[in-house]
Design a protein around this ligand. Sequence first.
Ligand code: CTP
Length: 398
Amino acid sequence: MSRPLRVLLGVTGGIAAYKSAEIVRRLRGRGHAVRCALTRSATSFVAPLTLEVLSGQAVLQEEYLEAAGSGVEVHIEAAAWAEVLCIAPATAHTLGRLALGLADDFLTTTALAFTGPVVTAPAMHSAMWSHPAVRENVETLRRRGVRFAGPIEGPLASGEVGMGRMADPEAIAAAVEAAVLPGPLTGRTVLVTAGPTFEPVDPVRFLGNRSSGKMGFALAAEAVRRGARVVLVAGPVHLGTPPGVERIDVRTALDMKAAVESVAPAADLVLMAAAVADFRPLHPAATKIKREHGVPFLELEANPDVLAGLRAVAPRAVLVGFAAETGDLGVHGPAKLERKKVDFLVANDVSRKDIAFDSDANEVTVFRRTGEPVFFPRQQKEALAGGLLDLFGGMLPS
Ligand code: CTP
């Protein structure tokens, strides 16, 4: 149970606005004070009176504010009152307005005047969510520290199933609390590895794999947002460093092992999301292998298993492995959990086209030492990072 918070809930005009009533109930049920601000179009989807009764506070809406006259700076007052601003549902239009810093109604003027944490719960059709304009707006907001609860995949208002459904009210209420209150990751050291390793064959060629690094980078960004010191050991990837993350770039599995083992003794949580190459050429050529010398014979040798050796290096850390499998998660997951001596093993099925390499979304099953496996349905890697850190954070000794 957290301390009581003052939450300003902005509701914008999408069909999911009807669920805002449930968000108010969940927040009040957790002991928080809630004031609701509705955009003009939100009032077509949910009655202000509903939210007024549930929140026990007058609802802020355009018509009332216009009637109050321009001298009344209600947005400044509301921004000063709130400890956290939650916008749920957040339409594509509102995300765009927030990203641009527009101030054309009560909610957006309040958002500009507000200096605390902002949580948004986007809801829209999957085609809109994946539009480049929306993607860029989301990125801009994320860079500015805005948090996202969802969206998740599920039935949409159109009758189709896709990415864009608003997160569950309970998850939104939890994200609101996590935005303000110290959580299990606050002040901890989190070590994340991401991306592939490249094992040199000659000065221009290497053995590599298709890991994009996106999952590890999303975990690093989310852990920083939760107040952790984050060291990210990154293989060769084309991704920008999330703000606040300390990054160490490596290329080979041996480089990665050295970097990981230098940081791991200080780590509370180790997330090995990197796809470490299991083998490397035994004798990489010093000069480029030339075609006229015929087809080369490549002799390989085993790389060390970085993760399996970590328990000795970081005895008190919670250790998490990641396994990209092609089917049979229920067999490989528990076996790998044992073999790697980790606390959690996050398994996904890369034979599925919708969550294959380089995808922005993922669906995983987390195997653990104690308790049943936990299934995370297909969702954006950023949202999944939040869910995974909730699970791992719960294992950290207090
Ligand atoms: N891993 C590691 N060092 C290696 C290989 C893997 O630290 N040399 C880590 C990965 O970062 C990941 C976990 O172990 O967190 C599982 O990786 P995976 O490649 O699935 O494990 P393998 O033991 O290589 O199993 P497989 O035979 O299925 O490739």
